[in-house]
Design a protein around this ligand. Structure first.
Ligand SMILES: Cc1cc2nc3c(=O)[nH]c(=O)nc-3n(C[C@H](O)[C@H](O)[C@H](O)COP(=O)(O)O)c2cc1C
Length: 175
């Protein structure tokens, strides 16, 4: 069997994890073997035919787990061209998507040796009910910065599926 694709993700409040699972399912539908793993659970990138990385933006940064993943797998990553999806905007405003793209690019620029096949921004989810610890505590502060983030879930499942499947088709063609 051909070596599988890996979808490696990090998440703070769960929405990127759900997108990673959807990416995996869409690839699997096209007959490719795929593993979906939280970044901290990835022991090695050896043997994978392709890599898709997913992370949310948090105050303009990727979560620490993402930076740890890049550092831990630097040698392997330098020889790969991973696809990267980033969750950020929580309302469908072009300026928010452009802003998120710039934030993600700035994070990527910290790793000039890392060449991604594509950086793709997806809309994300933000609501007080899905907040992870410790953000959950901050919701009680009236002046919290969190209150400035628009509430919503604008994840576009059709766009996510289509994006994943065009990657699967590229990998199949290259095999
Ligand atoms: C504390 C916090 C900070 C955030 N900062 C940004 C940001 O700087 N840029 C952005 O585009 N989205 C930002 N977001 C939106 C998240 O990226 C979005 O809600 C995403 O879907 C969260 O993913 P997760 O559920 O996997 O943690 C922020 C959300 C939170 C809760």
């Amino acid at each position: 069997m051909a070596s599988p694709l890996l979808v490696a993700y990090t998440t703070q409040s769960g929405s990127t994890a759900e997108v990673a699972q959807a990416v995996g399912s869409a690839i699997h539908e096209l007959g490719l073997a795929v593993n979906v793993l939280r970044m901290s659970a990835v022991k090695s990138l050896d043997g994978y035919q392709g890599l898709i990385v997913g992370a949310p933006l948090d105050a303009g940064r990727f979560p620490r787990e993402c930076h740890q993943f890049i550092a831990a797998h630097r040698a392997a990553l330098a020889g790969m061209r991973p696809w990267l999806f980033v969750l950020g905007p929580t309302r469908n405003e072009a300026a928010d998507f452009e802003g998120a793209h710039k934030q993600a690019e700035a994070e990527l620029n910290r790793y000039p040796w890392l060449r991604v096949a594509e950086l793709h921004i997806f809309g994300g989810r933000f609501d007080m009910d899905h907040l992870a610890f410790p953000f959950r505590l901050v919701r009680y502060l009236p002046a919290s910065l969190l209150r400035r983030i628009p509430t919503g879930d604008i994840r576009d499942w059709n766009a996510i599926r289509e994006w994943a499947q065009q990657i699967a088709r590229q990998v199949k063609t290259a095999a």
